[in-house]
Design a protein around this ligand. Structure first.
Ligand SMILES: Nc1ncnc2c1ncn2[C@@H]1O[C@H](COP(=O)(O)OP(=O)(O)O)[C@@H](O)[C@H]1O
Ligand SMILES: [Mg+2]
Length: 251
């Protein structure tokens, strides 16, 4: 069996005394598309930040491409798109081309000139995400959904093997959301990229993803989407919907 792209092993985490993750275990196989589901405050972003090395590991271990996180060096294999990414205002002085080029800085160095093959790579990525007509537009003129596409293109120029998206469609208008998900699916199928999509809304993604993980401090379910859907029919809310209900009451 191939080494999982991500392997989460008995991970627990607390902020001060507050436990937010308890004994989380799951693997993300190569070429899979995982939806990480959970209500607000369920620990999804915390788990992603632990995976990316943005928070210190307290208990357990996370392996990336077969290496313990602390020994992992090949960060250019990992693309990350956060919810906050689409926040450029209309005055932001950079074009789509320039923003996407930033994805190459790890490879060519910040102040080096882009060589022709770098520029071609940037144009190719912009075309992949369907923004060709906006190449020389200021990023701030684009809609939220288009900005998220530009960020995907920025990740793509470094040829990531794993793309992690934390609630990327927050602030994106509903009509663009489905297109955005279709783009993700295409990246998986055509580029073989392994994807982790964090979302609190399972509905639009069940027909796209291969695996589902339901998190609410603990991992309530992890497995194939088909098994998740079967669970849903057998009234998944007995353990998951109930938790959603409780969180609603705290806010
Ligand atoms: N930096 C922080 N310090 C203290 N508590 C935090 C911090 N970040 C998140 N939390 C809390 O941890 C819990 C999980 O947060 P988070 O991982 O962001 O959940 P999600 O992404 O599922 O909404 C929440 O109750 C949140 O308020
Ligand atoms: Mg979050």
């Amino acid at each position: 069996m191939n080494t999982p792209i991500v392997s989460v092993k008995d991970v627990s985490f607390r902020y001060n005394d507050r436990k937010v993750l308890e004994h989380i275990n799951f693997d993300v196989p190569e070429g899979s598309f995982l939806a990480l589901l959970g209500p607000n405050g369920s620990g999804k972003s915390t788990l992603i930040k632990l995976t990316l090395g943005l928070l210190p590991m307290q208990d357990g271990e996370i392996n990336l491409f077969g290496h313990a996180r602390k020994n992992f060096k090949q960060w250019s294999k990992v693309g990350y798109i956060s919810q906050k990414a689409n926040s450029f205002n209309s005055g932001f002085p950079a074009t789509v081309f320039e923003v996407v080029s930033m994805g190459l800085f790890g490879k060519v160095g910040m102040f080096r000139f882009l060589k022709r093959h770098h520029k071609e790579r940037v144009h190719e990525a912009i075309e992949t995400v369907g923004l060709k007509a906006y190449t020389h537009h200021n990023i701030g003129e684009l809609s939220g959904g288009q900005q998220q596409r530009a960020f995907i293109a920025r990740s793509l120029v470094s040829d990531p093997e794993l793309l992690i998206l934390d609630e990327p469609t927050v602030g994106v208008d509903a009509s663009s959301v489905q297109d955005f998900y279709e783009l993700l699916k295409r990246l998986k199928v055509e580029n073989g990229i392994t994807l982790i999509l964090v979302t609190h809304d399972v509905g639009p993604v069940t027909n796209l993803v291969t695996h589902v993980a339901c998190l609410n401090k603990q991992l309530h379910f992890h497995g194939y989407t088909t098994d998740y859907q079967r669970l849903d029919n057998d009234n998944l809310s007995s353990f998951y919907g109930h938790a959603v209900h409780m969180v609603d009451h705290q806010h």
